[in-house]
Design a protein around this ligand. Structure first.
Ligand code: 3PG
Length: 306
């Protein structure tokens, strides 16, 4: 029996039934209640509200698999789960195209000042010179992480006449028709645009910081559609102020509960919100109507194939 603890596109019910998998759908369940009932389930389907830690696993003695209806596994203690031989299925293939389109969309928005020009026109301002754009064509993009999202993004960017350099610490021989494998140093020497497509782990937390920013030879544009914690926002703000970072597309932030920011975060966010060369969106890069359903298909197929 599977317990679904997050809101899911209703297509999942038919898919699970067709696969002969029984489920309980409890999208509004809170952690206390979840811990009190999870012992009876062998499968769990989650999105991003449920942290799977040793406390949780202690309450789930029968658990055989966790299905993540999305890509990020950062809320799951993967070591503890592996020790218990619990399988983890993710649905990265389900939202990679949404993420890639969103990353390109944010860049085009930033490069063509669409976010600020739109506001100006609505208030009667018609400023053409101020809003002269920058082209993607001819730029060098450095993609960090060449899994589902990185590949889908490289594929789209390559169509713009962009040179795509990719670095993935865990892959070998991954040059393809869309991109060229590169070292990190090569990317830092050549990139005009840096885009993150890696998971959040202890190793990647604060990947972009004062030191790594300084290692880039040229001022560059930053795209983060992965996880907010990959970048040190204070360092990014300083680099935006000095011009070392020319602009940023941020779909994710280290704290996405905007009404629960620490004082330090409030100070940083406020300054970022005032910068016209930063485009924000509320963690919706993978959040399309199409991906909402496709995630279910990918996940149920993986669960069924186990
Ligand atoms: C993901 O990891 O797939 C995205 O960050 C979205 O996750 P969510 O829609 O489950 O919050």
């Amino acid at each position: 029996m599977i317990l679904i603890v997050d809101e899911m596109h209703p297509s999942i019910f038919g898919m699970l039934e067709e696969a002969g998998l029984a489920y309980d759908y409890r999208p509004a369940i809170k952690r206390d209640e979840l811990l009190s009932i999870v012992a009876q389930y062998t499968g769990l389907i989650i999105r991003s509200k449920t942290t799977i830690d040793t406390e949780f696993l202690h309450h789930a003695p029968q658990l055989k698999f966790i299905g993540r209806a999305g890509a990020g596994l950062d809320l799951i203690d993967l070591d503890a789960v592996a020790q218990r031989n619990i399988q983890v299925f993710a649905a990265n293939e389900g939202n990679r195209d949404a993420v890639a389109e969103h990353a390109v969309g944010m860049l085009l928005c930033l490069f063509n000042h669409l976010h600020t020009a739109d506001r100006e026109v609505r208030t009667g301002l018609w400023k053409r010179e101020k809003n002269r754009g920058i082209e993607l064509m001819g730029k060098t993009v450095g993609i960090i992480g060449y899994g589902n999202n990185g590949r889908a993004t490289a594929k789209r960017l390559s169509a713009f006449g962009v040179r795509v350099l990719v670095y993935d610490k865990y892959l070998e021989n991954y040059t393809d028709q869309y991109s060229t494998e590169a070292t990190l140093a090569h990317i830092q020497a050549e990139a005009d645009i840096l885009s993150f497509h890696i998971p959040l782990t202890d190793e990647t937390n604060q990947w972009l910081n004062t030191e790594t920013i300084a290692q880039f030879a040229k001022p560059f544009f930053l795209v983060n559609v992965a996880r907010g914690e990959l970048v040190n926002l204070s360092a990014v703000l300083s680099a935006l102020q000095t011009g070392k970072i020319r602009g940023a597309c941020l779909d994710v932030l280290e704290n996405e509960k905007l009404n629960k920011l620490s004082n330090a975060q409030q100070h940083i966010y406020q300054q970022l919100f005032e910068l016209p060369n930063v485009v924000f969106s509320p963690h919706i890069a993978g959040w399309t109507f199409e991906s909402y359903e496709r995630i279910n298909r990918v996940l149920v197929d993986k669960i069924q194939a186990q």
